[in-house]
Design a protein around this ligand. Structure first.
Ligand SMILES: Nc1ncnc2c1ncn2[C@@H]1O[C@H](COP(=O)(O)OP(=O)(O)OP(=O)(O)O)[C@@H](O)[C@H]1O
Length: 249
């Protein structure tokens, strides 16, 4: 198991946002987190690369292990963790820099000095993110001039450039048009041979299309977690059934 959550509880101040979550995620799979707004999907996702460290007055109990190591142990280097566990957000958030600089950024922060290594890795990441064909002749132009869908693939390339094992995606396609969404979904499918992907989505069809496993959250609890096919065709819990058929949420 590349990710293991053991009895995780999490609080924002007095608000108990996650309750007793245990979940194992296998390498090279796509896992979708679904559930109504506010049920804790993003909170749990952000715990996996310690993004919630940035928020004051939070508390975590339980353990999250990545490749067998508790990422909340003392001595864990958070920058290193975040290069192993990359993240893509709902709204594309490129830096106001060139396309090239956006993808090269993490490599430089990690201390890579060789220009040819950086160039190769930028090209590779852009190819993996299915963007190279559209930008190879304008690498020195501003990333802000790209379309929303291209910006999101650029953000995926930026995450891939530092060779993560895991990519966390928080509703990566919800701000995009249907064609860009289809491209991101195709990309997720292709990336899973080399990466482990965890995606939060409100789109049930998307969860069904892209994921191997689906986890349904409700009011801070993990209600059901199973193979995606089973979750959608034969869920064991009534709440799951109600949610995926649109009866609430
Ligand atoms: N920074 C924060 N401070 C305080 N409470 C927060 C914070 N972030 C989230 N919460 C609360 O924690 C709960 C879970 O939020 P979270 O964003 O994880 O839900 P979600 O399932 O991802 O929802 P959505 O689908 O709407 O994005 C919500 O009740 C939310 O109000």
């Amino acid at each position: 198991m590349i990710i293991e959550a053991k009895n995780v509880d999490f609080w924002y101040g007095n608000f108990h946002a996650l309750r007793g979550i245990s979940m194992n995620i296998e390498k090279n799979t796509v896992t979708a987190f679904i559930g109504p707004s506010g049920c804790g999907k993003s909170t749990f996702l952000r715990l996996m690369n310690r993004m919630n460290d940035l928020i004051d007055h939070t508390r975590l109990t339980g353990e999250i292990l990545i490749k067998g190591e508790n990422i909340y142990s003392r001595g864990v280097e958070v920058d290193l963790l975040r290069s192993e566990v990359g993240m893509v957000f709902q709204k594309p958030n490129p830096f106001p820099k060139t396309i090239f600089e956006n993808v090269a950024y993490g490599l430089k922060v990690n201390g890579e000095r060789s220009k040819s290594v950086i160039r190769d890795k930028v090209e590779n990441a852009l190819k993996q993110a299915a963007l190279w064909g559209e930008v190879s002749d304008k690498l020195n132009q501003s990333a802000m001039a790209l379309s929303g869908g291209q910006q999101q693939r650029l953000c995926i390339a930026r995450a891939l450039a530092v060779s993560p094992d895991i990519i966390l995606m928080d509703e990566p396609a919800s701000a995009l048009d249907p064609i860009s969404t289809a491209k991101i979904e195709e990309l997720i499918f292709e990336l899973k041979s080399n990466y482990t992907i965890v995606i939060v989505t409100h789109n049930m069809q998307q969860a069904a299309r892209v994921s191997d496993k689906t986890a349904f959250f409700y009011l801070g609890e993990l209600i059901e977690y199973d193979n995606t096919k089973t979750m959608f065709l034969n869920p064991k819990k009534e709440a799951t059934q109600n949610y995926i058929t649109g009866r609430f949420g």
